[in-house]
Design a protein around this ligand. Structure first.
Ligand SMILES: NC(=O)C1=CN([C@@H]2O[C@H](COP(=O)(O)OP(=O)(O)OC[C@H]3O[C@@H](n4cnc5c(N)ncnc54)[C@H](O)[C@@H]3O)[C@@H](O)[C@H]2O)C=CC1
Ligand SMILES: O=C(O)[C@H]1O[C@H](OP(=O)(O)OP(=O)(O)OC[C@H]2O[C@@H](n3ccc(=O)[nH]c3=O)[C@H](O)[C@@H]2O)[C@H](O)[C@@H](O)[C@@H]1O
Length: 475
């Protein structure tokens, strides 16, 4: 089939390449000519594992082309996927739909054949209905254009595999024709047994928003438990593991730490709150305000703990920041918890050096102040404190003994609960993490490890100290 994919960012570029990979003829469209030039040359304009391979394979095979011209898109196909951004509005919690509207306003008058416009962007419930009116009023006489919604559930870092082997496909359609067309588009997935939920557009739109709200709630739930752990001396990592054994709960999305960020979960729960208010059911989802607040509190708690470990002052202290992206295996720094923490400690006077395996270019655009290092050792040199903020695999493989030789003091906050504290403590590090006792009992309860290591920057004690924002020690 011939398809266009309009908007070739994190979602659209992957969707276009994967649709070509399953055999369709695909034309990707974007207003960003730099992005289009890179994609047309078979180069991924952002870091996403597996994307370069399918881009090259399919552009070379001639099944995947790119353009900035909507006219070319209208001429090329009669199925158009819309994958443009729906960021948070600057003046409210609501989603900014201007890019989606620009696409339908641009495309509708250009259509010369009956067409299906399939939204994949995440939108407030009710958007398909509004856009249908918009399209119908702008198409040429005799042309019939249906708007359907087919939300996307891919995760960055796993985008290619999530697109080729999704957990489910959800389509919101208003005609059997649209349903048949989408079944044809996804025929290889359906043949492989992927669940296909065909429903009305409002339900499809809501499935997406509900899924992201549920995931965000799960993360904030475990982070709320982490706060209780800090107050009571319990261990959130063991708690999550034990909860996760219950199949009804599951271990996924129960990793406590710095919380969620990115271009989706934060803005999606806020847009949902705004839309629910419009629908006069704001109270029903008002818990999402708390989800958002709990999430943001983890950033503040991390900064507070860092300041405390540095004796109450950031000024004149050097801090190494490991990780800038909102999650590993992505170069995306949109609403990155790591960068938010980095920005705050810079604002409070710390001298920071930031390392990230893939996100430095993007991070520099958002937070230009600090030094960025391509080498972890360099980032950690003479550091009074190391902050592990994004759990890239390579940080887990770091040698704590080697690292302890370059820092000024072996203090670490593992804000993602991803390192093995016992290993680091054995190498002389004072390791702290949200939701974990100062002395993580290993193995079994009761075992405490107390070490005091004299260092150039002063003694590093693992004992709780007065004012410790996490330990429940006397303030
Ligand atoms: N990033 C992700 O993992 C996922 C994103 N989504 C949703 O997909 C949508 C897109 O998200 P991302 O790809 O992350 O955003 P993005 O910002 O990476 O990509 C959006 C693209 O649309 C282009 N664009 C804007 N206006 C345009 C226009 N009028 N015509 C053609 N292109 C235009 C931009 O230049 C940009 O390349 C959002 O609604 C998001 O919530 C859904 C699932 C996963
Ligand atoms: O709508 C979207 O764009 C996408 O949003 C999320 O995907 P993504 O933002 O790529 O990343 P996630 O893996 O969900 O992680 C989101 C954030 O939550 C954090 N997180 C995740 C899991 C966890 O247990 N704890 C936790 O703090 C991550 O560090 C990250 O900052 C959803 O998982 C996708 O299904 C959805 O399609």
């Amino acid at each position: 089939m011939r398809l266009t994919v309009i908007g070739t960012g994190y979602l659209g570029a992957v969707h276009a390449a994967c649709m070509a990979d399953i055999g369709h003829d695909v034309l990707g469209v974007d207003t960003d000519s730099g992005k289009i030039a890179a994609l047309a040359a078979g180069r991924a304009p952002f870091f996403e594992p597996g994307l370069p391979e399918i881009l090259i394979r399919n552009t070379r095979a001639g099944r995947l082309r790119f353009t900035t011209s909507l006219q070319e898109a209208a001429d090329f196909a009669d199925v158009h996927f819309v994958c443009v951004g729906t960021p948070q509005r600057a003046d409210s919690l609501a989603a900014d739909l201007r890019h989606v509207e620009a696409v339908v306003d641009g495309l509708a008058p250009l259509l010369t054949r009956d067409s299906l416009i399939v939204g994949k962007s995440t939108v407030p419930v009710g958007t398909t209905r509004t856009l249908t009116r918009r399209v119908t009023s702008q198409v040429r006489p005799g042309v019939d254009a249906e708007v359907a919604w087919n939300p996307e559930f891919l995760r960055e870092g796993f985008a290619v595999q999530d697109t080729l082997r999704p957990d489910r496909l959800v389509v919101g359609v208003t005609s059997p024709h649209a349903d048949r067309t989408l079944r044809d588009v996804y025929e290889p997935m359906l043949r492989a047994g992927v669940a296909y939920v065909s429903t009305d557009p409002a339900t499809a739109e809501l499935v997406k928003v509900a899924a992201n709200s549920f995931l965000a709630t799960k993360i904030s739930f475990i982070n709320a438990m982490a706060e209780v752990c800090d107050a009571s001396g319990a261990d959130v990592v063991t708690l999550a593991e034990a909860l996760g054994h219950d199949a009804r709960i599951g271990r996924a999305f129960l990793s406590a730490g710095l919380g969620f960020g990115g271009g989706c979960l934060p803005k999606d729960i806020r847009a949902f709150l705004a839309r629910a208010e419009e629908l006069q059911v704001g109270e029903a989802v008002s818990f999402l305000h708390q989800v958002d607040q709990i999430n943001h509190r983890q950033r503040r708690r991390t900064v507070d703990l860092a300041r405390h470990l540095l004796g109450g002052e950031f000024a004149g202290r050097r801090v190494a920041v490991l990780g800038a992206t909102f999650k590993p295996d992505s170069d995306d720094v949109r609403d990155s918890p790591a960068l938010a923490v980095a920005a705050e400690i810079v604002a409070q006077g710390a001298d920071i050096r930031v390392h990230d395996p893939e996100g430095i270019d993007n991070a520099q655009l958002v937070l230009p102040g600090p030094s960025y290092c391509t080498d972890v050792m360099e980032a950690c040199r003479d550091a009074d404190l190391v902050l592990h903020l994004t759990e890239w695999r390579q940080y887990r493989a770091l040698d704590p003994v080697k690292l302890s030789q370059v820092v000024r003091a072996p203090r670490m906050i593992d804000a993602r609960n991803a390192l093995d504290p016992a290993l680091w403590r054995e190498a002389g590090w004072h390791v702290r993490a949200l939701g974990r006792p100062v002395h993580v009992p290993t193995p079994g309860p009761g075992g405490t490890l107390r070490v005091t290591i004299p260092q150039a920057g002063g003694p590093v004690s693992t004992a709780p100290t007065p004012g410790d924002p996490l330990s429940g020690a006397p303030k």
